[in-house]
Design a protein around this ligand. Structure first.
Ligand SMILES: NC(=O)c1ccc[n+]([C@@H]2O[C@H](COP(=O)([O-])OP(=O)(O)OC[C@H]3O[C@@H](n4cnc5c(N)ncnc54)[C@H](O)[C@@H]3O)[C@@H](O)[C@H]2O)c1
Ligand SMILES: [Zn+2]
Ligand SMILES: [Zn+2]
Length: 345
């Protein structure tokens, strides 16, 4: 079969690899129908995730059809259409029992990281009963690729950890796919004010189309003054960090109102300042989280009822065998006005 294979920083190839085989009786082999590229794949390509070894197939998102299951897989059978969670979970370790699949002692984020991933014609999924979700009939399967990672991430790490409530003043820093996913799912709770900060005009425009009340270009204006101006000088009740650099985490600390919550989503590679000299008396909370994908079943229902339209996040389509070209386009997301790209087998 063909796959996107990592060969060290800056090097990926679309090349032949052996078709995966069942290794454990809890495994399933999936024939990929649609997959995508994540910002995290670009981090891997830059060499930011050194655990990814030479020869690894990338990708941790996708949908497909079961080709084969191990003898212990009880819930699914060949021919079933499945959504693949970016997080593999055994369902029985102490973290899985708490719903913290991200820290599963036998899984976690391993796809396209520590084991071969989804940017391939076939993928092996460990603990299939717990790591795959059946797709109901008549659903737009390519749109559901957004439920593998982006939507649960925005929802769990941003909206749920940020405890967004009706009437809340919410600011999201970063209007990439993850920040926009937080925006779409924050709307479930009817916040009073949704403000989005970015430096990319196009993404701010998209945020407004998706329901943001204000798109704030932090290259043009002082975002702290604008947010304070919109919130009677108080700042926001919920501040969601969806960039992952020290400057934006520090900005969040200037945007949060007394009693508010900073919900960090961004993957940080460098230390950032925590301004306790100001915040010690502000009764704030700061949360961090690696996505658990435990809300995938709930998000399925919101898609089925038309409350959530994940296809809004898709801007580009390619054939799976054009994956290298898709990487080039996605690597220049700002110029190409790209959010999520779909690769179809
Ligand atoms: N916690 C988790 O489980 C989890 C899961 C998936 C992704 N992530 C992380 O979430 C973050 C966002 O992911 P994404 O795919 O949307 O990334 P992205 O790179 O597509 O989007 C980031 C956005 O931030 C904007 N930005 C950059 N610098 C800025 C600045 N100084 N001020 C304001 N805006 C700025 C960019 O213009 C871009 O629109 C990343 O750090 C990613 O690694 C975390
Ligand atoms: Zn991802
Ligand atoms: Zn587990």
């Amino acid at each position: 079969m063909k796959a996107i294979v990592y060969h060290g920083p800056g090097k990926i190839e679309w090349e032949d690899k052996p078709k995966p085989m069942l290794l454990e009786d809890t495994d399933a082999i999936i024939k990929i129908t649609h997959t995508t590229i994540c910002g995290t794949d670009l981090h891997i390509l830059k060499g930011d995730v050194p655990e990814v070894s030479d020869g690894r197939i990338l990708g941790h998102e996708g949908v497909g059809i079961i080709e084969e299951v191990g003898t212990a897989v009880r819930r699914f059978k060949p021919g079933d259409h499945m959504l693949i969670s970016c997080i593999t979970s055994c369902g029985s370790c102490s973290y899985c029992k708490k719903g913290m699949y991200s820290h599963c002692e036998n899984g976690g984020w391993i796809l396209g990281h520590l084991i071969d991933g989804t940017q391939a014609e076939y993928v092996r999924i460990p603990f299939a009963d717990n790591s795959l979700y059946p797709i109901p009939h008549h659903m737009d399967e390519e749109a559901l690729v957004m439920l593998s990672d982006i939507l649960p991430t925005g929802y769990e790490c941003g909206v749920l950890n940020g405890e967004v409530k009706p009437g809340d003043h919410v600011v999201i820093v970063g209007a990439g796919p993850v920040g926009l996913a937080a925006l779409l799912t924050a709307k479930f709770y009817s916040p009073g004010l949704l403000m989005v900060i970015d430096t990319d005009e196009n993404r701010l425009e998209v945020a407004k189309q998706f329901g943001a009340d204000y798109g704030i270009d932090s290259k043009q204006v002082n975002p702290i003054e604008i947010v304070k101006g919109l919130t009677e000088g108080k700042g926001a009740d919920v501040v969601i960090e969806a960039v992952g650099i020290p400057a934006t985490f520090e900005l969040c600390q200037s945007l949060v109102a007394p009693g508010g919550i900073i919900a960090n989503i961004g993957v940080h590679g460098k230390p950032a300042y925590l301004h306790l000299e100001t915040l010690w008396s502000h009764n704030i909370k700061i949360t961090t989280r690696l996505v658990d994908t435990i809300t995938i079943p709930l998000l399925f229902k919101t898609v089925q009822s038309g409350k959530l339209l994940p296809q809004q996040l898709i801007t580009h389509h390619f054939a799976l065998n054009d994956a290298l070209y898709a990487y080039r386009i996605f690597g220049h997301a700002a110029q190409e006005k790209a959010l999520k790209v779909i690769l179809t087998a």
